[in-house]
Ligand binder design. Structure first.
Ligand SMILES: NC(=O)c1ccc[n+]([C@@H]2O[C@H](COP(=O)([O-])OP(=O)(O)OC[C@H]3O[C@@H](n4cnc5c(N)ncnc54)[C@H](OP(=O)(O)O)[C@@H]3O)[C@@H](O)[C@H]2O)c1
Length: 339
């Protein structure tokens, strides 16, 4: 295949991290990325070049481009952590194959992206592009965190941002394993859909009876794990109301105001713990055979229809910046980019 010399990409405008305290997740990205023509990257040893067909737009991308993520930005490089496309060049036997991949410096919000040749995931033909575009970040995090729940022997677990795509994946896993999944949401209108997916109960944090409902859930289900993407006072209050030995696994920071921890004795006398989860660390620390087995399971779940990525908009690269402010405000479904 003859490759072009240049390509269109949404390129980072700034280096490093944002200064100041935690901010909101942006919807207008024009301050952080620009639509630019850049050279098509040349793969070196161990790298592969992919013609991107779909790229995900996740909260981690929005936090990263705005300088609020756990990795520094590099001005001039395309944004976008994950996507799906065809391998068109590089040091790999997967040439010509459709793969899901994680962008390696050269991100996925571009016509071509670079991947670590050992980390690409060859795809089953029956996997939809909308599922394959986001095959790694949310599905693998759901798998890994559900493993924490299973290994703990918990019969029930709570999780915040319950209506998120990741939350819906957790509900599917819990339903199949016979474990009670209890999402916490801030909008009551999400509750029915989450129950239909298999949630045992749904706690609505904005409801007047939230505290009473939470108390009743604690008494009935005795959840020992809280998987928390928000990190606010609601999460803290739930954690302190959980039973002895409870674990608060913080894996996202969607709230801008951090919680106040006012029951420190629970760490001493009730054996409670707060910990973090980051997929990047988990991938580094987990044996490759286990990661490969879970990737196979993820593909199987999408192919069988047990999991489904809800997509609200697929934006051409050239229109993305103009349309982000409107489409990123849409609730309950993902925006994707089709370069
Ligand atoms: N640590 C890791 O390795 C890792 C990996 C993957 C994902 N994550 C995190 O997992 C979370 C979910 O990701 P996703 O892609 O599944 O999300 P998503 O589908 O884009 O949905 C985001 C959800 O977050 C809720 N939300 C946003 N701000 C909130 C706030 N201040 N208080 C309460 N709820 C809030 C939204 O609720 P509304 O609909 O009410 O706005 C929505 O349900 C994100 O925080 C992401 O960063 C972490």
């Amino acid at each position: 295949m003859t490759l072009p010399d240049t390509m269109t990409a949404l390129v980072l405008r700034e280096d490093g991290y944002a200064s100041g305290s935690a901010g909101d997740m942006p919807t207008d990205l024009s301050e952080f990325v620009s639509l630019t023509t850049v050279p098509v990257p040349q793969p070196r040893e161990g790298q592969a070049l992919i013609k991107v067909s779909r790229a995900a737009v996740n909260p981690s991308d929005l936090m990263f481009v705005s300088g609020q993520y756990g990795q520094p930005r590099k001005a001039g490089m395309p944004a976008g952590f994950e996507g799906v496309g065809e391998v068109v060049a590089g040091d790999t036997p997967l040439l010509g194959q459709r793969v899901s991949f994680f962008g390696m410096g050269w991100g996925t919000w571009a016509e071509y992206a670079m991947a670590d040749a050992r980390m690409m995931i060859p795809l089953r033909p029956d996997l939809r592009d909308e599922d394959a575009a986001g095959l790694i970040v949310n599905p693998m995090t759901a798998m890994a965190m559900f493993d924490i729940v299973r290994a703990d022997g918990a019969g029930a677990f709570l999780f915040t941002a319950g209506g998120s795509q990741l939350g819906k994946f957790l509900i599917g896993l819990a339903k199949d394993a016979g474990i009670a999944a209890i999402p916490v949401v801030r909008r009551a209108e999400q509750a029915e859909a989450l129950k239909a997916l298999g949630a045992s109960e749904v706690l609505v944090s904005s409801a007047a009876d939230f505290a009473d409902r939470a108390k009743a859930v604690m008494a009935e289900h005795k959840p020992r794990i809280l998987l928390d993407a928000v990190a606010d006072q609601v999460a803290a209050d739930l954690f302190f109301a959980m039973p002895r030995g409870a674990r608060w696994v913080c894996y996202g920071r969607l709230a801008t105001t951090p919680p106040r921890l006012d029951q420190m004795g629970q760490f001493i006398f009730m054996g409670k713990r707060i910990e973090g989860f980051w997929l990047s660390s988990w991938l580094r620390e987990t044996p490759p055979e286990k990661v490969a087995a879970l990737v196979g399971e993820v593909q199987g779940r999408f192919a069988s229809g047990a999991w489904h990525t809800d997509v609200s908009e697929v934006l051409p690269l050239t229109e993305a910046l103009d349309r982000f402010p409107q489409v990123l405000a849409t609730k309950d479904a993902k925006v994707q980019i089709a370069p």
